[in-house]
Design a protein around this ligand. Structure first.
Ligand SMILES: [Fe+2]
Ligand SMILES: [Fe+2]
Length: 224
């Protein structure tokens, strides 16, 4: 099975040791992810990351049921897709690989199906790919990334992004930053998706974002 050569810290090893069995696999995996992200008071961003992982897993349930994909593995993969985030403070771009390595050890420890584990681990390692999707990337693997993206562009994230886009800016600055955000959203809308259901869910979120940005642009134009 593929390894991405992460050197696991003592903290990670301790959390892994404390989660060697899973009786209710989905609930126990949520606890594992929570302990691994460890949202202490000075790291509220890790609580956001945990809640994001739960929402990605909810998207997984919807997509798996609609598209006849293996439901439990897709939910688990989405719960685990950012599990290494706290270990990547130096460079967040490493997090798909660190998360994949931590997920691999966890799934092996709880004796999860080895073939499914390999597929989940590979999908987690690839969940940040945008263009240039490898030809051997399966629908299951792409769906992990889709579940992540659907949450990354939901209305909560739209509100977060919107703050920086408009806060204390002049009308012309607002128009410029909103136009940039629209072209970003349109680029994302055209990336390939694993399933029709993911495409619909993501388009729905992105269209809401684009509509809001267009309304803001219209109001800023009135200011001239
Ligand atoms: Fe991620
Ligand atoms: Fe994510």
């Amino acid at each position: 099975m593929e390894s991405y050569c992460t050197v696991l810290s003592d903290r990670v090893k301790n959390v892994l040791d404390a989660h060697m069995t899973a009786s209710d696999i989905i609930e126990d995996t949520k606890k594992f992810v929570y302990d691994m992200l460890d949202p202490t008071s000075e790291r509220g961003d890790m609580l956001y990351r945990y809640e994001h992982s739960i929402r990605a897993a909810e998207n997984a349930k919807v997509i798996a049921r609609a598209e006849n994909l293996p439901e439990e593995p897709l939910i688990l993969a989405c719960l685990l897709h950012d599990v290494g985030y706290r270990e990547c403070d130096d460079d967040w771009r490493r997090h798909p690989f660190v998360s994949a390595d931590i997920a691999r050890v966890y799934l092996q420890n709880i004796n999860y199906d080895p073939d499914m584990t390999a597929e989940m681990v590979r999908g987690i390692a690839r969940h940040n790919l945008t263009d240039g999707i490898p030809e051997d990337m399966t629908t299951f693997q792409i769906s992990i990334r889709d579940c992540d993206d659907i949450d990354r562009f939901d209305i909560i994230r739209t509100a977060m992004v919107m703050g920086g886009t408009v806060f204390e800016k002049t009308n012309s600055e607002i128009i410029e930053s909103c136009e940039e955000a629209i072209s970003n959203a349109k680029w994302l809308m055209n990336l390939p998706r694993g399933t029709k259901t993911a495409e619909i869910l993501l388009k729905n979120n992105l269209n809401k974002r684009i509509d809001l940005l267009n309304e803001i642009i219209a109001q800023a134009r009135k200011g001239f």
